[in-house]
Design a protein around this ligand. Sequence first.
Ligand SMILES: C[S@@+](CC[C@H](N)C(=O)[O-])C[C@H]1O[C@@H](n2cnc3c(N)ncnc32)[C@H](O)[C@@H]1O
Length: 190
Amino acid sequence: MDIQRYQDQKATKYEKVRMKQKKWWEENKALIKMLSNENIEHILDVPTGTGRFLPLYEDKKYTIIGVDASKDMLEQAKNKNTSAFLIEGNAFNLPFDNNTFDLSVCIRFLNWFDINDVNKLIKELKRVSNTIILGIRLHKHMIKNEKKGLYRHDNQEFHKILKKLNLKIKDEYKVDNKGYSIFKLTKGAI
Ligand SMILES: C[S@@+](CC[C@H](N)C(=O)[O-])C[C@H]1O[C@@H](n2cnc3c(N)ncnc32)[C@H](O)[C@@H]1O
């Protein structure tokens, strides 16, 4: 993923541009639904970007950690004025012990990576947290948009990863009718 997409003016304009999209608000709805009735104390948002979801966690009084690789995006997140701890870091190599979090949230990230990296990332999220909320675009076979570098992942491959990592789908929110879903996953047999 090219980090330059999230630097300088691209960071300052990130939300303004995307808030016009229907999916932005659908993602928010998915999060609100999935956060309800959860027994959470520690939450990780990675990549947190501009911290768009931080106010949602704040309402619930969690201990919040946001991690992102872009300083400029984290600067935007600081403007949210929440109690979140914001850390510059790499989602693939998180600076936390095993099982530090009750929940990790990973939205608008997996579609920038091939299936091997998707596997690595989900494994890393599973290492640090008990429950994972993630967004992914799925299709009956993998499609890569070469111009943008964006993937729609093979549905079966994704489910194979979940099975291999022993992650169970607890909830799915269909963000659009083009295969973009947000899943809530928990550790346990499928
Ligand atoms: C499309 S944004 C998503 C941000 C947020 N989750 C959202 O839904 O708006 C992708 C973010 O990933 C960050 N990023 C890219 N590579 C990263 C990495 N290896 N580790 C952590 N963050 C990374 C970028 O800086 C950017 O803020």
